[in-house]
Ligand binder design. Structure first.
Ligand SMILES: Nc1ncnc2c1ncn2[C@@H]1O[C@H](COP(=O)(O)OP(=O)(O)OP(=O)(O)O)[C@@H](O)[C@H]1O
Ligand SMILES: [Mg+2]
Length: 226
């Protein structure tokens, strides 16, 4: 749960008091035009950006001052929008790097859905296309089996058939493991397919929030057009 988050860069505040909550096993989708602060919100939740004011609560803990790596051990994983992989490492190293005892088999059911990625395990991650890197980042993050995953535009540049598989894997994780997700997306079809609840940001404020089913596609779309 996050409440009245105010944060930004230097003296410029990007978020001006944003609140939201997500329950176990549910997906909260974050929508908004370019530059409204979606990435800034996820950075704040992941602990990469200090809050000017406001609170982030997770499992009964106030996360103020808790570093990103510590948040990960508390069950919060983060897949950023950009620079999603270590370019000089292989695909396999990118995946294994994040698991404590090299529990690489955790990735098997995920890689089974993305055979083109599985074929490239020995290849430098930097040689992948933008969409393939996103898929690698998504696979890595799901493989962590975190209680809460923060995904920043996971489908950007990804092929349509793989976007469908991502949606299926994500929903499966929610149902089977009661995993929770906060997903920033521009792809409204994907978002409406996976999200239970939605939060729309505009000019640093939350302008719409509630169950996805309570809003029509057009109402959500209206908040995305420039
Ligand atoms: N590191 C930074 N330093 C200064 N300003 C920044 C920084 N990162 C983002 N901003 C500014 O903060 C505002 C919000 O950016 P943010 O990346 O959070 O938007 P976004 O909603 O994720 O946009 P997009 O849809 O393009 O990903 C923008 O005006 C942006 O220029
Ligand atoms: Mg962004």
């Amino acid at each position: 749960m996050f409440e009245n988050i105010v944060c930004g860069y230097g003296d410029t505040m990007v978020l001006r008091g944003v609140s939201g909550r997500v329950s176990p096993g549910r997906v909260l989708g974050i929508l908004g035009r370019n530059g409204v602060g979606k990435t800034t919100l996820l950075r704040a939740l992941a602990g990469f950006l200090p809050l000017a004011s406001g609170t982030v609560l997770w499992a009964g803990h106030d996360l103020r001052g808790v570093r990103p790596h510590r948040r990960l051990t508390m069950g919060i994983a983060y897949a950023p929008q950009e620079e999603v992989v270590f370019a000089e490492l292989s695909v396999q190293e990118n995946l294994w790097l994040h698991l404590p005892e090299r529990q690489g088999e955790r990735y098997a059911p995920l890689l089974a859905q993305f055979p083109r990625l599985a074929e490239r395990m020995g290849q430098r991650a930097g040689s992948l296309s933008g969409g393939e890197r996103k898929l690698l980042s998504f696979t890595r993050t799901l493989g962590l089996c975190a209680e809460l995953s923060l995904l920043d535009e996971p489908t950007e540049g990804v092929q349509p058939e793989n976007i469908e598989r991502m949606a299926t894997l994500l929903r499966h994780r929610c149902h089977e493991a009661r995993a929770t997700f906060i997903v920033v997306e521009q792809n409204l079809s994907f978002l409406m397919g996976v999200a239970d609840d939605v939060l729309v940001l505009d000019h640093g404020d939350c302008v719409l929030q509630g169950p996805v089913a309570s809003f029509g596609r057009e109402a959500l779309e209206a908040h995305l057009v420039v």
